[in-house]
Write a protein that binds this ligand. Structure first.
Ligand SMILES: [Fe+2]
Ligand SMILES: [Fe+2]
Length: 160
């Protein structure tokens, strides 16, 4: 990929996917004591970091949409990715709340947490893979230098 701003956004995927794979299989990986606090650390990490990454991608998609004529399949792809962002954000808020409840003594919620972890991280992993094979190659091929400059400028205005 030749465009550095896209590379920068995409660069987050490596760590997200590694952590997501651990979480999909968390019962094998975290089989000993301290499991809940390790899970909570990872959930908190995503709850904090995912909104910024999603926002970067949404800026890139917005600039692309505004400055280009999109084919129907390109429009569909972007709509799908935006819908997945909404869903994944909601899932992480739920996960964060649930793990807080467990920390505060609601042990009976552990089963629910396990299910939600698997669903959410599988969704996140598949989402990242979809973007890598479809969205980023599309943006890389179609965005102009001027659009990339706008994206970079809008990204720099987000408080991280
Ligand atoms: Fe995304
Ligand atoms: Fe992404």
């Amino acid at each position: 990929m030749k465009k550095s701003v896209l590379n920068y956004i995409l660069g987050f995927h490596t760590e997200y996917k590694e952590k997501a794979l651990l979480m999909i299989d968390f019962e094998k990986v975290f089989s000993n004591t301290g499991i809940i606090s390790k899970l909570q650390d990872i959930i908190r990490f995503f709850h904090e970091h995912i909104p910024v990454h999603f926002k970067y991608e949404e800026i890139a998609m917005d600039v692309f949409r505004q400055g280009s004529v999109l084919a129907a399949n390109e429009e569909q792809l972007i709509t799908r990715i935006l819908n997945e962002h909404q869903l994944i954000r909601k899932q992480f808020t739920l996960l964060n709340d649930l793990s807080e409840n467990i920390k505060n003594g609601r042990q009976e919620m552990k089963g629910q947490l396990a299910e939600l972890i698997k669903d959410t991280f599988k969704m996140l992993f598949d989402h990242a893979e979809l973007e890598e094979v479809s969205l980023f190659p599309l943006l890389d091929a179609k965005l102009t230098e001027e659009q990339l400059r706008i994206i970079q400028k809008e990204m720099s205005q987000i408080a991280v």
